[in-house]
Design a protein around this ligand. Structure first.
Ligand code: SER
Length: 880
C-alpha cells in the first residue's frame, strides 16, 4: 500500500466521521489548567473533565488527532528515543472517544473494521494479536464471539508489576484521574508470522508492535488509590500515527516513514561529514526537532525549570548527539522549513511562528556550542593538573552541574586521552544532589497538596468586585473538610467569585470572604483544575460548606494590578514599535506594585531607547483611550492580528483586549477602562536575563511618582552637600574630581620624597654580622601601607639581609619583616613575627621570607622587644 502519513490522518478522521463522530481539533501540548500534567500525553487529556462528569460534552462521540509529548511524569519516553523503533518524544495520537455513548462492543468493532477492512487499512488479520485485561471477561468474549477471533490470538494479561507482560492493560492518565481496563491490538511485522503461536506472542512481545489501545474508562483513581466508578462508562482509544504509518508504509522503523525520511535527508544536507554508524543519533535529532519546534511554537522557552527545562534537555540532547556525530555547524534551526513541509497543516502553529521558533533554537545552539567549547577547555585544564590517570567524580560532576557539560562527552574525551573516569564518585555527587532536590520537593509538597475539586468556579471579576456566593468546598492541608474555624488557614472554593486567580503573569486577588462577623481573609487566589482556590485564614468566627457568603476583593489592590496590566500591553506595543514585530514576549509578572516584562531582543537597550519607550507609553496614556474587551473565536481573533500569549491556545472562545489599534492581545487578565487611569509610566530597571532576552521593570501611577520623588530627594541631598544647584552640579563634580586628581598627584610626590629620605636614613643604620646585613628600626611614617614600599626599596639595595621595620600610627604598632631567601633555612620571618606579637600584641603572620602584622598596642615594650630580637639574631649569626 503506497500511502502517505497525511492520507492516513484523513482516512482515520473520515472513517469515524462516517460513524457519526464529531471531528475535534488537537488541543494544545500544554494542558489547559491541569496541574497534574506537564505536557499533553494522550488524546483523552482534553476530555478529562468530561470523563469525570464535571463537564457536559457537546458531542457524545468524537474523533481527534492529538499532538502528544511523552517526556515527563507517568509517561516518559525520552531515553528510549534512538534505541527504539516505535517511540517518540513528540507524536500524534489518533483516537476515537465515546462519552457515555457506545461502549466495548462498538469500540472493538470499529477498531477491527478500520484495521482489517479492505476499503480501509486492509491489514492481514493473521498478523494481529489482541491483549485483554485479565479480569475483563466481557471484552474477551467480544473478541471471540462477535469479532470471531481464534481464542489463541486473544491473550489475557495481568498487571505489569506482577507479570512479565510489557503492557498492563489497565490505563490511567497519571497517578490519579480517569482510568479503566483496556484491550490492545498488536501487529506482528516478522516474516514468519504465520507460524507464530499465542505462546510465541507472550514470550516475544518485543518483536510485536502495539498499535491500538482501547480503554474502557470506568473509574476515577483517587489520591489514596481508591477506584471510584465514573458517572458514565466511556471509551478512550489511542493509536500512534507514526506506528500505523510504519506498518502501512511497510517500513522497519517509525523513523523510516515519509515524515522522518525527509527530515533525515535534511540533516544530511546541512552536515556533509556525519560519521558513519550514527543512525541512533540521527533518529534522536529527527525526533527532537519535532518536539522542540512544537513546544517553542506554544511559547515554551528553554530555561532551568519546569517545561522550559524539559525543552532545554531535549534540544541539548539532540545537539549533543549532533556534536558526537561530527556535526559542527549551526544546523538545528535550519531543519524547520522541512519540518513544516512534511507535517503539512499539522504544523501551522510552527509556520505562523517560524521566526520565533528558529531564533530560539539558534540561540540555544549558539549557547550550547559555547558550553561545549568552554567545557572542553575546562576539561583540558583539569587533565593538565591531573596526577594519575583517573578523572575525579567531583570534577565530572562540577563540569556537568555548574557548566552544563554533558557527562558522556567527558567520558568520550577521557577515552581519547586514555584516561579513566571515576563514575562511582560522580554517582555519589549526583545522589547527594538528588537527595537535596528530594528534600526540596517534599517540602514543596506540603504546600502544594493535590486537591480533588468537584465544582466549576465561575469568575465574575471582570465586571464586579463583589459577589454573593456559596461555599462549595473547604480544604485544610490538602484534605477536604466541612468547616474552617477561627485562626485556621485553608482553601475555600466558591460557586462564583470576583477574585482573579493568578494566571497570564497577573498575580491573584486578595480580599475578604465573609458571612456577617465570620471573616476569612483571602491572601492569594489561584486556578486549580476546574476550580478557583482562595488561600487564607479565618480572622473571626467560622465558615462552612454550603453557606452563603459575600466575596469582596481589595479594590485598591486590584486597581493597581489593572493599571499595571494595561501598561504592560502598552509597553509590549511600544517595544514592537521600536524593536520590530519579532519582539516576542517571554514572560511577565504583573503585581499591584510594579510590572515586569521579559522579551527577546538582541540589541543593546540604550538610555535613549528607554526614554523613547517611556515617551511612547506615556503618549498612549495621555490619549486616554478606551480599553475594549471582546469575546470571539480563536480563529477570528487571529485574523485581527491579535498577539496570542500563554494560556489561550486552541480554546474555541478567547478574550481580546484592544487599545485603539495599537495594541490587540489575547488576554484573560483584568484591565482598567481607560489608559488615562495608569497616570504615569516609568521604567525603573532594564537588564539582560539570558542570551537575547531582556527584562524591563516599570512602575505606574503614584508608584512612578514616588520613584521620581525618591530620585529627587537623593539629588537634593547631593546638591546640599556640594552646595550647588541642578544646573551647576555636573560642573561642580567635574571641578572636584579634577582637584582630587591634582591633590593625589601632589601627595604621591610627597610620599616619594618621604620614602627616599627614610630609606637613606635607614641604610645608614644597617649593621653587618658575618656577611649578613641586619636592619632593625622603628620609623616615623604617615601611612602603615608605606612600610611595604620602604622595605622593598631597602631590600633591593641589600643582599643577604634581615630587615625588620616598625612604625607607630595612632598608638598602634605595625611591622614588616623581610628575610633574603638564602637565609630562610636559618631564620624565618614568620617566627620573628610571632615573637613580636607575643610581646606587643596585635595580629599578623606570613611566610618564612616575608611577614607582616599590626594592631599591637604595647608601645612601651616595642624598643625592648626589638633590642632583644637584635641580640638574639646577632648571637645566632655570630655563632654560625
Ligand atoms: N489513553 C490511552 C493511551 O494513551 C488510549 O488513548 O494509550
Amino acid at each position: 500500500m503506497n500511502i502517505t502519513t497525511n492520507q492516513i490522518r484523513t482516512m482515520f478522521l473520515s472513517f469515524f466521521k462516517k460513524k457519526d463522530h464529531k471531528i475535534i481539533p488537537s488541543s494544545s501540548l500544554i494542558p489547559n489548567n491541569d496541574p497534574s500534567l506537564l505536557f499533553t500525553n494522550a488524546g483523552m487529556n482534553q476530555f478529562k473533565e468530561i470523563f469525570l462528569g464535571n463537564n457536559k460534552p457537546k458531542f457524545s462521540k468524537v474523533v481527534t488527532i492529538q499532538k502528544c509529548l511523552r517526556t515527563g511524569g507517568k509517561y516518559n519516553d525520552l531515553d528510549n528515543i534512538g534505541y527504539s523503533d516505535n517511540h517518540h518524544t513528540f507524536f500524534e495520537m489518533l483516537g476515537n472517544f465515546s462519552f457515555g455513548d457506545y461502549f466495548k462492543k462498538e469500540a472493538i468493532s470499529y477498531a477491527w473494521e478500520l484495521l482489517t477492512s479492505i476499503q480501509w487499512f486492509n491489514l492481514n488479520k493473521n498478523r494481529l494479536w489482541v491483549t485483554v485485561y485479565y479480569k475483563d471477561q466481557e471484552t474477551y468474549q467480544i473478541w471471540i464471539n462477535i469479532i470471531g477471533l481464534n481464542p489463541e490470538r486473544v491473550i489475557y494479561v495481568g498487571n505489569k508489576k506482577n507479570s512479565n507482560s510489557l503492557s498492563d492493560n489497565f490505563w490511567s492518565m497519571g497517578e490519579n484521574g480517569p482510568c479503566g481496563p483496556s484491550t490492545e491490538i498488536f501487529y506482528d511485522p516478522t516474516e514468519n508470522f504465520l507460524q507464530h503461536s499465542g505462546e510465541y506472542f507472550k514470550n516475544n512481545q518485543d518483536t510485536q508492535i502495539e498499535i491500538w489501545n482501547i480503554v474502557f474508562m470506568e473509574y476515577n483513581r483517587t489520591l489514596d488509590g481508591e477506584l471510584i466508578p465514573l458517572p458514565n462508562k466511556s471509551v478512550d482509544t489511542g493509536m500512534g500515527l507514526e506506528r500505523i504509518s510504519r506498518i502501512l508504509q511497510n517500513k522497519k522503523s517509525n523513523y523510516e516513514i515519509d515524515i522522518f525520511d525527509q527530515l533525515i535527508k535534511s540533516i544530511f544536507q546541512f552536515n556533509k561529514n556525519i560519521y558513519s554508524n550514527k543512525k541512533k543519533s540521527i533518529y534522536i535529532i529527527a525526533d527532537h526537532i519535532r518536539s522542540s519546534a512544537f513546544l517553542i511554537a506554544e511559547n515554551i522557552f528553554p530555561s532551568n525549570e519546569g517545561r522550559g527545562y524539559v525543552l532545554r534537555r531535549i534540544i541539548r540532547r539532540a545537539l549533543r548527539h549532533a556534536h558526537t556525530s561530527g556535526m559542527n555547524k549551526l544546523f538545528f534551526f535550519k531543519l524547520i522549513p522541512t519540518l513544516i513541509e512534511v507535517m503539512g497543516e499539522e504544523s501551522n502553529l510552527i509556520k505562523n511562528n517560524i521566526k520565533k521558533v528558529q531564533e530560539v533554537l539558534k540561540q540555544e545552539e549558539i549557547q550550547f556550542n559555547y558550553t561545549i567549547h568552554r567545557g572542553i577547555k575546562l576539561l583540558e585544564d583539569q587533565i593538565k593538573k591531573l596526577k594519575g590517570n583517573i578523572l575525579h567524580g567531583k570534577i565530572i560532576f562540577k563540569l556537568y552541574d555548574t557548566f552544563g557539560f554533558p557527562v558522556d562527552l567527558t567520558a568520550d574525551f577521557c577515552k581519547e586521552q586514555n584516561l579513566q573516569i571515576d563514575s562511582i564518585g560522580f554517582m555519589k555527587e549526583m545522589n547527594k544532589q538528588k537527595k537535596q532536590t528530594k528534600i526540596a520537593n517534599q517540602f514543596a509538597k506540603q504546600y502544594d497538596p493535590v486537591l480533588t475539586i468537584k465544582n466549576h468556579s465561575i469568575f465574575k471579576g471582570y465586571n464586579t468586585y463583589e459577589t454573593t456566593s456559596i461555599i462549595k468546598q473547604i480544604f485544610i492541608n490538602g484534605k477536604t473538610t466541612n468547616q474552617l474555624n477561627c485562626g485556621e488557614s485553608g482553601i475555600i472554593i466558591l460557586d462564583n467569585t470576583p477574585f482573579y486567580p493568578e494566571s497570564g503573569g497577573q498575580i491573584g486577588d486578595i480580599g475578604e470572604i465573609n458571612n456577617k462577623q465570620n471573616i476569612f481573609k483571602v491572601e492569594n487566589t489561584k486556578k486549580y483544575g476546574i476550580g478557583i482556590i482562595h488561600f487564607g485564614k479565618i480572622l473571626s468566627g467560622k465558615l462552612s460548606v454550603n453557606q452563603e457568603i459575600q466575596a469582596k476583593i481589595n479594590i485598591k489592590y486590584r486597581k493597581n494590578i489593572q493599571n499595571n496590566h494595561s501598561a504592560t500591553h502598552l509597553l509590549h506595543s511600544a517595544l514592537r514599535n521600536i524593536f520590530g514585530n519579532n519582539t516576542i514576549q517571554k514572560g511577565s509578572l504583573i503585581t499591584n506594585l510594579s510590572l515586569r516584562f521579559d522579551f527577546s531582543c538582541n540589541e543593546k537597550i540604550t538610555n535613549e531607547k528607554i526614554h523613547k519607550i517611556e515617551y511612547i507609553v506615556n503618549e498612549y496614556i495621555i490619549q486616554n483611550s478606551i480599553i475594549n474587551t471582546t469575546i470571539d473565536t480563536f480563529n477570528n481573533a487571529q485574523k485581527t492580528g491579535a498577539i496570542a500569549l500563554f494560556n489561550e491556545k486552541y480554546n474555541d472562545i478567547v478574550r481580546i483586549v484592544s487599545i485603539n489599534d495599537y495594541s490587540i492581545e489575547l488576554c484573560g487578565g483584568t484591565h482598567t477602562n481607560q489608559t488615562g487611569s495608569i497616570g504615569f509610566f516609568k521604567i525603573i530597571n532594564e537588564k539582560s536575563i539570558g542570551s537575547g532576552i531582556k527584562r524591563i521593570e516599570a512602575v505606574t501611577g503614584n508608584k512612578a511618582i514616588l520613584f521620581i520623588h525618591n530620585k529627587e530627594t537623593k539629588l537634593n541631598h547631593i546638591m546640599n552637600i556640594l552646595n550647588t544647584n541642578e544646573d551647576n552640579i555636573s560642573k561642580k563634580i567635574h571641578v572636584l574630581t579634577n582637584t582630587i586628581h591634582k591633590l593625589k598627584n601632589n601627595i604621591d610626590i610627597f610620599i616619594k620624597r618621604e620614602l627616599i629620605e627614610i630609606t637613606k636614613q635607614l641604610l645608614k643604620k644597617v649593621i653587618h654580622i658575618n656577611n649578613i646585613n641586619l636592619l632593625i628600626e622603628n620609623i616615623n611614617i604617615s601611612n602603615s601601607n608605606l612600610l611595604r614600599n620602604v622595605i622593598d626599596i631597602i631590600q633591593k639595595k641589600l643582599h643577604s639581609a634581615i630587615i625588620i621595620i616598625t612604625t607607630i600610627i595612632e598608638k598602634k604598632i605595625y611591622f614588616i619583616i623581610k628575610i633574603s631567601k638564602n637565609l630562610t633555612n636559618d631564620i624565618q620571618a614568620n617566627y620573628i613575627a610571632k615573637k613580636i606579637i607575643n610581646n606587643i600584641g596585635g595580629k599578623g603572620g606570613g611566610k618564612s621570607h616575608l611577614s607582616e602584622g599590626g594592631g599591637g598596642t604595647k608601645v612601651e615594650l616595642l624598643s625592648i622587644t626589638l633590642n632583644n630580637i637584635q641580640s638574639w639574631i646577632k648571637k645566632k649569626f655570630e655563632l654560625l
